[in-house]
Design a protein around this ligand. Structure first.
Ligand SMILES: [Zn+2]
Length: 479
């Protein structure tokens, strides 16, 4: 396969020795995208930190020691329950940043991308010779052109040929030197490289037209597949996903990207790559024949993309339109299509659902219940029904209508009948006074079950699946 020497030369030659510097915010976001934060979305932690530190925008240089100390000095929410959860979260983030490097060497990243991009351009777009430019690391965007870029919390920006003219800056990909979050430049390079590929495959000639869902959606969807194909780095993919679900969701502009990405993913899953490529050449050659927003809405409402595009046709000769589109798709079918790896990466970003969030008082109660139900030896009770009938003789005073004190169940039974662990009953009078109201609330939500056995009231956390819901992250905290 033909490679693109201009890309390789450009990427390899001009980035020697470039490092990116982590800002405090970059470091914090990197720590957050490792996951395991109670607050949802975890990206809101940066807002809490900046408002607690009276407007410190966290855009100063990151230093592992002083940034960690700064984090631990943050007062956080005043509500005592919220404060308790916040302290756990901030301790996690502070611990992670204290172990992070303040500089991020970008050169190996760009090298890796440079090596993989020509093959990616061929595989996903059928493009043979593309002009890529070295990502440039700059202090902030287009100094002197526009102040709006100065404090922009972006990682990168692609300037295509028409934009280059408009802005008066060289064509290419720009990274902001002090806003890097490790793990993101890799992904962003692929996203931006997709814009370069799209400019060739999908952009109308001679003028700049921007359809956000199309341009950003396909750049994200295809960019993530390319990222994984180039790196096969599961860890990176996981962090990129966390970044999207925890940090990007707090940024309205990014949310619209994801909205578009969903349309692109659904198009790719239902129509596959040859159809998506047919759409791109349509956009390039006959962009006004289609109402692109209508197409996006039809896709979201569940239509097959072949049906959606015909319904979104805005011209006067639908039959000709359909035939031309079919011809294109058939032609692209003789080239490459998505494989299992692509489909896995795609579906990973499509199947992203926000968790349920509970108030701090309820969340704190969940954590308490989880801890109590997992205590061994258990200080609580067990549902008598769960003891297998053949083993009941080994439990002193087993009675059908009486909860069994967990301590009276021999250890061998816990091993032989692991289902016993699922039927831990916490008596109502063992719930601490300050957690009583929220325990009752969790019961009304059916996250835990309230039962009466032998005249006593118990709570059964596994009955509503609460421990699973906490450990899978489907329940998170809002504070
Ligand atoms: Zn973009």
């Amino acid at each position: 396969m033909a490679t693109s020497p201009s890309l390789l030369d450009y990427l390899l030659d001009t980035t020697k020795g470039e490092t990116m510097k982590l800002s405090e915010r970059g470091a914090i976001r990197s720590a957050i995208s490792d996951g395991g934060i109670h607050l949802y979305p975890a990206g809101k932690l940066t807002d809490i930190i900046t408002s607690s530190l009276s407007g410190d925008k966290l855009d100063g240089d990151f230093n592992p020691e002083s940034t960690a100390a700064k984090l631990l000095s943050v007062a956080g929410p005043s509500d005592p329950d919220a404060s308790e959860i916040f302290k756990k979260d901030i301790a996690t983030v502070a611990d992670r940043v204290s172990k992070m490097e303040p500089e991020y060497r970008i050169e190996p990243v760009f090298e890796k991308m440079a090596q993989s991009l020509p093959a990616m351009a061929k595989r996903y777009y059928g493009l043979n010779d593309l002009e890529f430019t070295t990502p440039k690391v700059i202090e902030y965007y287009f100094e002197g052109h526009s102040e709006i870029y100065k404090d922009a919390d972006w990682f990168a920006f692609n300037v295509n040929h028409s934009e280059a003219k408009e802005l008066g800056v060289p064509f290419g990909i720009y990274f902001k030197r002090s806003q890097v979050t490790p793990g993101m430049p890799e992904y962003v390079t692929m996203h931006e490289a997709n814009h370069v590929m799209q400019e060739k495959a999908a952009s109308a000639k001679g003028y700049h037209s921007y359809i956000p869902w199309f341009d950003e959606g396909f750049a994200d969807a295809l960019g993530r597949m390319m990222l994984y194909r180039a790196t096969e780095d599961e860890e990176m993919l996981r962090r990129v996903k966390n970044f999207r679900t925890e940090i990007d969701v707090t940024d309205p502009r990014k949310v619209t990207y994801h909205y578009g990405e969903e349309t692109a993913i659904l198009t790719l899953l239902r129509g596959r790559l040859p159809f998506a490529r047919a759409l791109m050449s349509l956009r390039k050659n006959d962009p006004f024949s289609v109402d692109w927003d209508a197409y996006a809405n039809f896709i979201k409402s569940g239509l097959d993309p072949h049906v959606a595009i015909i319904k979104a046709y805005a011209g006067k000769k639908p039959e000709n339109f359909r035939k031309a589109l079919d011809r294109d798709e058939k032609k692209f079918r003789t080239e490459s299509d998505l494989d299992q790896m692509d489909l896995r990466v795609l579906s990973m970003f499509c199947a992203t659902q926000a968790p349920a969030t509970l108030q701090a008082s309820e969340y704190k109660t969940c954590m308490w219940l989880l801890e109590e139900v997992e205590k061994r030896p258990s200080p609580y009770f067990i549902d008598p029904e769960i003891i297998p009938s053949t083993m009941r003789a080994k439990v002193p005073d087993w009675k059908e209508e009486m909860a069994v004190p967990a301590a009276s169940i021999p250890a061998e039974l816990w091993d032989k009948a692991p289902e016993i662990s699922l039927k831990v009953l916490i008596p109502e009078n063992a719930i601490p006074e300050n957690l009583k109201a929220s325990t009752a609330k969790l019961t009304t939500m059916y996250f835990i079950i309230k039962r009466t056995i032998g005249g006593t009231t118990y709570y059964e956390p596994f009955g509503g699946g609460l421990p699973y819901r906490i450990k899978t992250g489907e329940i998170r905290c809002s504070y």
